[in-house]
Write a protein that binds this ligand. Sequence first.
Ligand code: ADP
Ligand code: MG
Length: 287
Amino acid sequence: MNGLLVSTRGLVHIYRSEGHEVAALSGVALDVAVGEMVGLLGPSGAGKSTLLNLLAGVFRASAGKVFIGPLELSAATPRQLDEMRANDVSLMLQGASRNLLPYFTPHENVRFAQGAARRAGKDLPEPGDVLATVGLEANAHRPLSELTPGHLQLAALAVAMAPRPGVLLADEPTSQLDHPARDLVLERMSAVNRELGTTIVLVTHDPDVAAYLPRTITIRDGRVGGEGRSGEEYAVVTPDGFLPLPLHVREHLHPGTLVRFHRSEDEADGQYVLIAEEAGHEGGGDE
Ligand code: ADP
Ligand code: MG
């Protein structure tokens, strides 16, 4: 079992282009345990791809911290970052073909993808074994042009798993697939997670994929907006004590609404009740 912990604190990312700035992430705190498989959800532009690139060490954060196992990326040397990218973290970009060398077979792609980790002295399985892990052994030596979209995505998964990373990050790995292919890819990713203990973070828009995952994290406006556990949605208190309101609650609580928390006498120990008052509304504050 080779999974690594993934954690962020106060993660901020600002894109600067031609005089204007976009804050894509504005304070993300995230904890993904060793060997967990979680989905990242959220509307387009929420910051999911930015977050994956920061976790992968592709971008450097504008502020805040990213931990991959014991390594904190903002404090890592260029050499440590290179080693981490070669050995520990794989990023599957959206669209299978972006992860594959087109004129190589799946077997050749996996062998090529193992190069950096192998040169660094890492003990790796044979490409054929990596392809067997994702269920692609029958297509190992076929040209990519003969593979179905689902099998191409499995080849991309094999390439990502080629260096036996502790963390697999996947940006919308099932978005361009029909349902049977989607389910196949998801099943093989789960198998990797189960059998190798790889920590997996995958971005998805698909409610069926989200429902399949034990835990989801919703990114909203560059922050963690909530979490799902087995299909139930929760708001999450951040490490610095903020509580983002669920969207359906926000509709009813206008900006400026005053909110208090009361410990309820009736409820089981530790239960809090949230009491909201309209801003400017006098009285009603005498309990
Ligand atoms: P998602 O993957 O959730 O759709 P992204 O991480 O791609 O979101 O983007 C988050 C925000 O950052 C969006 O407002 C997007 O327009 C902006 N953004 C993404 N990439 C760049 C870039 N290279 N330059 C400027 N802005 C960017
Ligand atoms: Mg994206």
